[in-house]
Design a binder for this molecule. Structure first.
Ligand SMILES: [Zn+2]
Length: 330
């Protein structure tokens, strides 16, 4: 616990996180065992008085067990996360190969369609499943029940668990969807290009806040990132202010305005008929390829800097540069 607190303060002082807060007993709880936990026939064996606990072990545990984190969800379920150490290396990064023979996909993330993917040949759209919206009525009803219960009562705790269960369900379904979609895209491509998100800034727009937190872009990019990294593939994140929807993917003409309600447009310069999102994802893809060709060779080829060890870092980020074609049309 002390180690966690130290980390929390460190993250705060180094500007990565908010000031640590006290957590209520009813919220998610967890405890870490840095050593001496073992797995014996369907049970986890803890040091001290806890001793053996029956567990559903959903995959074989390989390697040496390091830290085991036991957590309890707000709905009262217990999980143990077992960290193990395995000999061997991850596959090496392979931008060189991917740029020559692999496929590159550009993804535009949105609210109407969750993801619009352009792989250079075709554009595929994946609908936004709106998980939370589907459970909204159920959630409201249970929340209302909870609000009527007396504070500190047993029945209030029961009602609280029911609400927590719905939230848990929504979050599980959301994760499942994001895992499956990211797995599919990572299997099909060597390089994936996304616009870097400023979800926090967007969530401050109150009208869209719920829809944006429900959609789970950040989690999706995170899943893409580690899945790509596992296979030595590359995630490219381009700057948020890259004018992906204002550029013509055919001639690079840039229109001054592109209001959100315009779903299709015709380029005034070359006359190409564009679907808004398909055009944006094609631009994102092209920009990603440009960034790779500028910065890719140096860093990616020697294998060092593209694939650091922790977190969402296996990405190349670079500000867009005005392309010649774009400048000449002005
Ligand atoms: Zn054009």
């Amino acid at each position: 616990t002390t180690l966690n607190l130290v980390t929390a303060y460190k993250n705060f002082f180094e500007g990565r996180a908010r000031y640590p807060r006290f957590k209520a007993k009813r919220n998610k709880q967890s405890i870490q065992y840095p050593q001496s936990v073992t797995v014996v026939d369907g049970c986890l064996k803890f040091p001290g008085r806890v001793a053996k606990v029956k567990a559903k072990i959903h995959r074989p545990i390989e390697g040496t067990i390091k830290t085991v984190t036991v957590s309890m969800t707000p709905s009262g379920k217990y999980y143990a996360s077992v960290l193990t150490e395995v000999e061997g290396d991850n596959p090496p990064a392979s931008t060189e190969r991917s740029r020559s023979e692999g496929k590159v996909a550009g993804i535009d993330l949105g609210l109407k369609d969750f993801a619009i993917v352009n792989d250079g040949v075709k554009t595929s759209k994946y609908a936004n499943p709106k998980h939370l919206a589907k459970h909204e009525r159920n959630l409201k009803r249970k929340q209302r029940k909870l609000d009527r219960k007396e504070k500190g009562s047993k029945s209030r705790n029961k009602a609280r668990k029911l609400v927590a269960k719905v939230h848990e369900r929504v979050s599980n379904v959301r994760q499942d969807y994001l895992h499956k979609l990211s797995r599919k895209l990572v299997d099909e491509n060597q390089v994936i290009v996304v616009e870097s998100l400023n979800t926090k800034g967007m969530v401050r727009n109150h009208k869209l806040a719920k829809a944006i937190s429900d959609v789970g872009w950040g989690m999706f990019v995170n899943f893409l990132s580690y899945k790509l990294e596992e296979e030595g593939k590359v995630l490219v994140e381009i700057e948020r202010w890259f004018p992906s929807s204002k550029l013509c993917s055919n001639c690079h003409y840039q229109v001054a305005e592109m209001p959100l309600d315009i779903r299709a447009w015709i380029c005034p310069s070359c006359g190409t008929h564009h679907d808004r999102d398909g055009n944006a994802s094609a631009n994102i893809r092209a920009e990603g390829i440009r960034i790779l060709s500028v910065s890719g060779t140096g860093t990616a080829a020697d294998g060092g800097d593209v694939r650091p060890k922790l977190g969402r870092k296996s990405k190349l980020t670079q500000s867009p540069v005005r392309s010649e074609a774009q400048a000449s049309t002005k």
